[in-house]
Design a binder for this molecule. Structure first.
Ligand code: THU
Length: 134
């Protein structure tokens, strides 16, 4: 486990940088996300849209793909930003994605300050439910 204090300013800077690489020609709503992993590395993602609108990928989709493509592990802290560089709340689907790979105590920067994932996705369905209720 990485015990270094979280540099939220740097994480937001990384999210802003990758937001500039988003492919969002249809919505004009670029999103960038950066995360610290439990081994200390930083990963990023941006949204990638499609002419078939419904198959567009949220920034968090790219992030979790990068998590595993770059070695796996768990997400510990996440910063997601809009085109102004301001904190953006992940959509519902993406909160679920983050829950799978970060769990209830994953930290996230929100317009209301740093929160734990369970605060923005209460009573989440997750891997434990498959075991306990399967
Ligand atoms: N978007 C994300 O990338 N992440 C979110 O959590 C919210 C929405 C993207 C999807 C779409 O490309 C654009 O923002 C407008 O909805």
């Amino acid at each position: 486990m990485n015990e270094t204090p979280i540099d939220w300013a740097q994480l937001k800077k990384d999210a802003r940088a990758v937001m500039k690489r988003a492919y969002a020609p249809y919505s004009q709503f670029p999103v960038g996300v950066a995360a610290l992993c439990d081994d200390g590395r930083t990963i990023v993602g941006c949204n990638v849209e499609n002419a078939s609108y419904g198959v567009g990928l949220c920034a968090e989709c790219g992030l979790v793909s990068e998590l595993h493509a770059s070695g796996g592990g768990r997400l510990t802290a996440v910063s997601c930003v809009d085109k102004h560089g301001n904190a953006l709340m992940p959509c519902g689907r993406c909160r679920q994605l983050l829950y799978e790979h970060g769990g209830r105590d994953m930290l996230i920067d929100t317009p209301e300050g740093i929160k734990k994932l369970h605060e923005i996705l209460p009573q989440a369905f997750g891997p434990d439910d498959l075991v306990e209720r399967g």
